[in-house]
Design a protein around this ligand. Sequence first.
Ligand SMILES: *[C@@H]1O[C@H](CO)[C@@H](O)[C@H](O)[C@H]1NC(C)=O
Ligand SMILES: *[C@@H]1O[C@H](CO)[C@@H](O)[C@H](O)[C@H]1NC(C)=O
Ligand SMILES: *[C@@H]1O[C@H](CO)[C@@H](O)[C@H](O)[C@H]1NC(C)=O
Ligand SMILES: *[C@@H]1O[C@H](CO)[C@@H](O)[C@H](O)[C@H]1NC(C)=O
Ligand SMILES: *[C@@H]1O[C@H](CO)[C@@H](O)[C@H](O)[C@H]1NC(C)=O
Ligand SMILES: *[C@@H]1O[C@H](CO)[C@@H](O)[C@H](O)[C@H]1NC(C)=O
Length: 306
Amino acid sequence: MGSLQKTAACLLFLSVFSSVSHGQLATFICSDVKTEYNKTATISCISNKKITHVVVKRCENCNKQNSCLESVINTWARKDSSEEGRIRLVLQHNVSEVHIQEVKATDEGGYKWHLYSDAGERDGCATLEITAPETEPNLTRNGTKLTCLSPIGHRQREIHWFNGHGTNLTGSASLVSEEAEGGLTSLSSTLHEKPSLAASEYCCTVLYDVHTKRNKTKCLRAHKAVADYLHFTSTADPEIPKTMKEHVATILVLLFLVLCSFAAILYYKYRQRAMARGNFADILRNLLPVLRQYEKAEENAPNQEV
Ligand SMILES: *[C@@H]1O[C@H](CO)[C@@H](O)[C@H](O)[C@H]1NC(C)=O
Ligand SMILES: *[C@@H]1O[C@H](CO)[C@@H](O)[C@H](O)[C@H]1NC(C)=O
Ligand SMILES: *[C@@H]1O[C@H](CO)[C@@H](O)[C@H](O)[C@H]1NC(C)=O
Ligand SMILES: *[C@@H]1O[C@H](CO)[C@@H](O)[C@H](O)[C@H]1NC(C)=O
Ligand SMILES: *[C@@H]1O[C@H](CO)[C@@H](O)[C@H](O)[C@H]1NC(C)=O
Ligand SMILES: *[C@@H]1O[C@H](CO)[C@@H](O)[C@H](O)[C@H]1NC(C)=O
């Protein structure tokens, strides 16, 4: 009896082994996915057999499969979609796809799957990663207050401030972080312009990834009043006295030229007048004898009347 049992067990083992080695059991492969924010993510699984049932649960991540929540897909319970169709299953023979439309940052994490076929079942986990939009920083000024806004993005990103020489000014700024749609955040950092910051330029850098240092930067020139204050208080800057001397020299040359032309005009006027006076004198000289005769004539006339 004992040897018979052993042979039976041996035969059973052999049959299982041969069915595995001949590919009789079903295999399932699901791969990790990386999707851009607000696009459609597709978690697809493929089998060598016809897939008969699918169960998918959302988890915090694949290393914490005890954190998994209620299933988003469960064909045993005729649940082919959830969240009003935003998440839905497309099952075709040996290919199973879970489509998640307009993905949010909160969709990121692990998707624990359980797949069934007539030749067996298996479970596993696929990771969904969402790449957030990387918008340009918006740097604006109101008086001496500078505001750097990064309206939407991954919550891990950072805002750093630098002056034109690359000196880190982040310590002087204050940051406000607010929740935005889809698990993203809105960051706003303000910096007050001060002569002590010694900046000719202010730059705001949004660092999207601390590891790769991927970033985008916007710069603004320092406020004129503050920059001028810096210029004049700086003793190492000899340019200002030089330019002022140049200005004085230019003004003197211009003044000299104006005086010269004035003198020339006066000279010509004087000469013209002198010539006119000369002509008048000639006329007078010619007229005088005539006038004198006329006067004499007049002197004699009244005597005649009287
Ligand atoms: C997301 O995409 C949809 C179209 O697919 C669009 O209507 C919507 O405005 C987008 N939302 C954001 C925040 O980009
Ligand atoms: C899935 O099924 C198709 C036929 O429907 C087959 O050609 C393909 O090889 C199968 N895929 C795998 C991985 O077995
Ligand atoms: C930058 O921010 C200001 C104020 O918040 C806003 O008026 C402006 O439209 C923004 N510019 C861009 C390009 O988003
Ligand atoms: C600038 O700041 C003042 C108060 O400091 C505020 O009243 C004004 O609305 C701000 N202007 C803009 C364009 O934000
Ligand atoms: C700038 O200084 C802040 C602290 O003030 C620091 O947290 C940050 O890492 C520095 N940034 C760089 C790029 O060195
Ligand atoms: C921003 O990116 C450049 C390379 O494109 C890098 O040299 C620089 O260090 C980055 N800035 C920060 C603050 O990480």
